[in-house]
Design a protein around this ligand. Structure first.
Ligand code: NAD
Length: 492
């Protein structure tokens, strides 16, 4: 993958090769830092999606991947992880040009994906059942089998990392896959599929269809040959996916939105906390499901803490993600920028106090791109729109509390429950908060943080099921119980 590759045309990837769309449609991908054309890509239609699912089904039956020794699958996935690590620079560059985030963030995403492949490779030969004691002369045991064609629908905020997050366990367990990346950011997913072939993944085991969500994605979810759906995206679309998957009684994992609290107690290391809160909302220009978008700070330190945070936010270097030293890139598209600025306007009109930011970032360098200033609101009330809805941009809301109970009430006052942060030096406060917060993940004195070996999943409307960790594999296998009677034949 060279710089010139970003000005080329990309096709779908089905059956181990590049394939043109049957409908002949094309999209132009833009660099979000300039809104200039970056590359063109084929846009698949329903026929292409059907074809990809058919190829994946054939590969499940006849490529040998499902029946292979787990150790073989482990070697291929491990090699894929190694190849990805070797090419981390190229992949990061492509991700940054297509999605906008700073290069060092793209690199961290690529390395996380590589590490996920290695981790899941290590589990590929450990998919095993149980022997279960039952009465009489019988042997009862379970086997865990791969489920078939797994469908993966990915969003645009971590295009490669979130695709690999669900693909790695699915492939480790012996399934085949069809990936539908977001149409805005398909480039690293396509490059990844080519790399998988190079690592030895049989043709047809991993297929990538670039296609619009509503028209084509919905038909994929409803295809009777699809055995599971792994969806990462908005809660609104997640609900629709669940409804559609129910028609064929197909299991889903839903990794959805968030409005995560970052709770700062007065005894915390405030300098460390300020950096954590800063990264928690301004990394990836705030386009994170796990963004710590609600700062909940003890009233006695609110003023000092906001002063530290504001100083850091104002110093953040904005610019194209591909430039060295840039700390915050553009939003992924002009639509996303307008949406975020709409929320900022709403915050102002509903009476929140703007502490810093609040506008499109302009300068000769930034004018053409989708840049929004790091924005902090204080005096936010729990019923304001900016306090309740996921903004998915660099906009922080702030609430003050006086007691532990009030902090927990504010933290849990949301329909979401994905990530959460707690900042304190007191062990009791930390563990009590971890017990009380209704979220799938709690992080103490660090934000945001996750590892391929730790579970990632949401409570409430943030989702169903877990990605990452050993349990992620469970979703991609089904359990069969076998009972064998070996007693004496019944007397007549
Ligand atoms: P989105 O829901 O609009 O789209 C996600 C994917 O679903 C895309 O590939 C899209 O093409 C597809 N899609 C859209 N409508 C569809 C439909 N009707 N049927 C089938 N597929 C459809 O989300 P987005 O804007 O790409 O991403 C942002 C959202 O994703 C945010 O809400 C964010 O919180 C969430 N997210 C969650 C996690 C997590 O792990 N919990 C991670 C990243 C992003």
């Amino acid at each position: 993958m060279s710089a010139s590759e970003t000005s080329k045309h990309y096709e779908l990837f089905i059956g181990g090769k590049e394939v043109a769309s049957s409908a002949g449609e094309k999209i132009t991908l833009l660099n979000p830092a300039t809104n200039e054309p970056l590359a063109t890509a084929t846009l698949g239609g329903r026929e292409d999606a059907r074809h990809a699912i058919e190829v994946a089904e054939q590969a499940f039956r006849s490529s040998g991947w499902a029946d292979a020794d787990g150790a073989h699958r482990a070697r291929v996935l491990f090699k894929l992880g190694q190849l990805l690590t070797e090419r981390a620079e190229e992949f990061s560059r492509l991700e940054t040009l297509n999605q906008g985030k700073p290069l060092r963030e793209s690199k961290a995403d690529v390395l996380f994906a590589a590490r996920t492949l290695e981790y899941m490779a290590g589990l590929a030969d450990k998919v095993q059942g149980d022997a279960i004691p039952v009465p009489g002369e019988r042997l009862d045991y379970t086997v865990r089998e791969p489920i078939g064609v797994t469908l993966h629908i990915a969003p645009w905020n971590y295009p490669l990392q979130l695709s690999v997050r669900s693909l790695a366990p699915a492939l480790a367990a012996g399934n085949t896959a069809v990936l539908k990346p977001a149409t805005l950011t398909p480039l690293t997913a396509l490059a990844f599929a080519r790399l998988a072939k190079e690592a030895g993944l049989p043709d047809g085991v991993l297929n990538v269809v670039i296609a619009p969500g509503r028209e084509v994605g919905e038909s994929m979810v409803q295809d009777p040959r699809v055995a599971s759906v792994s969806f990462t995206g908005s809660s609104e679309v997640g609900k629709r996916i669940m409804e559609l998957a129910s028609k064929n009684v197909v299991p889903v994992t839903l990794e959805l939105g968030g409005k995560s609290p970052n709770v700062v107690f007065a005894d915390a290391d405030l300098d460390r906390a300020a950096r954590g809160v800063l990264y928690g909302i301004f990394l990836n220009a705030g386009q994170m499901c796990w963004a710590g978008s609600r700062l909940i700070v003890q009233r006695s330190v609110q003023e000092t803490f906001l002063a530290k945070l504001t100083e850091l936010a104002r110093k953040l270097k904005l610019g194209p993600g591909s430039e060295p030293g840039v700390e915050m890139g553009p939003l992924v598209s002009k639509d996303q920028m307008d949406r975020v600025l709409g929320y900022v306007e709403k915050g102002r009109s509903e009476g929140a106090k703007l502490v810093t930011g609040g506008s499109r970032a302009t300068s000769a360098r930034l004018d053409k791109g989708n840049f929004v200033e790091p924005t902090i609101f204080s005096e936010t009330k729990p019923d304001m729109t900016i306090a309740r809805e996921e903004i998915f941009g660099p906009v922080l809301t702030t609430f003050a509390f006086d007691s532990f109970e009030q902090a927990m009430e504010l933290a849990n006052d949301t329909t979401y429950g994905l990530f959460s942060g707690v900042w304190t030096k007191d062990l009791t406060t930390a563990h009590k908060a971890a017990r009380n917060i209704q979220a799938g993940m709690v992080s103490v004195n660090e934000y945001p943080v996750t590892f391929p070996q730790t579970p990632f999943g949401g409570y409430k409307q943030s989702g169903i099921g877990l990605e990452q960790g050993v349990h992620a594999l469970d979703f991609y296998t089904r359990t069969k119980n076998v009972n064998v009677f070996f007693g004496a034949p019944r007397k007549k």
